[in-house]
Design a protein around this ligand. Structure first.
Ligand SMILES: Cc1cc2nc3c(=O)[nH]c(=O)nc-3n(C[C@H](O)[C@H](O)[C@H](O)COP(=O)(O)O)c2cc1C
Length: 181
């Protein structure tokens, strides 16, 4: 097995943790742009790029996002909301129940989390929010559905403990070989 201490990508994957306490220090727009540039390289179903990103460093907008997002424990100084352009998805022939566009949200989010770490920021995905209220707060265009908000900020020195403390799952816990053995 390749040693994660030696390989920088594996090391970054291993090091990344959700940040749930952030300082007031602003995030530079350039940092957000670097993250967005990384996100566009995430793989997408049929290479259709049905995700849309809504970025903000605006304190008032961030305050409203926090108010309508019970899952947002941190006070991020920037956020990227990952949306699906449902109109575009329908135009490409994706049926509403086809999972591809949601999986795209996942690949983009994983990329955003790692890119945030690479530019020295902490990041945390949030799925617990009012979609209707986020749509209004971000003035989302018709057909864009907000699926995940990634809060970004400078990590505070003290972080809350893990959401579900206990033993970390191993890859063996998650994996079944076929054929067995
Ligand atoms: C789809 C998705 C939704 C999540 N929603 C929230 C959320 O609403 N609030 C939150 O604090 N963390 C949220 N998380 C972060 C997970 O709780 C976190 O990844 C998990 O506790 C493991 O922590 P780690 O990533 O630091 O290893 C979400 C993660 C994913 C992938």
């Amino acid at each position: 097995m390749t040693d994660p201490v030696v390989d920088p990508v594996l090391a970054a994957i291993r090091r990344r943790r959700v940040t749930r306490a952030m300082t007031d220090e602003p995030v530079a727009r350039e940092q957000v742009e670097t993250i967005l540039e990384a996100a566009r390289w995430a793989p997408t179903a049929g290479n259709r790029h049905l995700q849309r990103f809504v970025a903000t460093t605006h304190p008032g907008t961030l305050r409203v996002l926090r108010m309508v997002s019970p899952g947002m424990i941190a006070r991020p100084t920037a956020a990227i909301t990952v949306c699906v352009d449902r109109g575009l998805a329908a135009n490409y022939g994706f049926r509403p129940e086809t999972p591809g566009p949601w999986i795209d949200v996942g690949t983009a989010t994983a990329t955003i989390l790692l890119a945030a770490q690479a530019v020295g920021l902490g990041a945390g995905p949030v799925s617990s929010f009012s979609r209707a209220a986020v749509g209004v707060a971000l003035d989302l265009p018709e057909g864009w559905s907000p699926e995940l908000i990634v809060g970004l900020g400078h990590p505070a020195p003290q972080q809350p403990g893990a959401m579900t403390p206990g033993r970390r799952v191993t890859w063996q816990d998650l994996t079944r070989w076929v054929p067995e053995g």
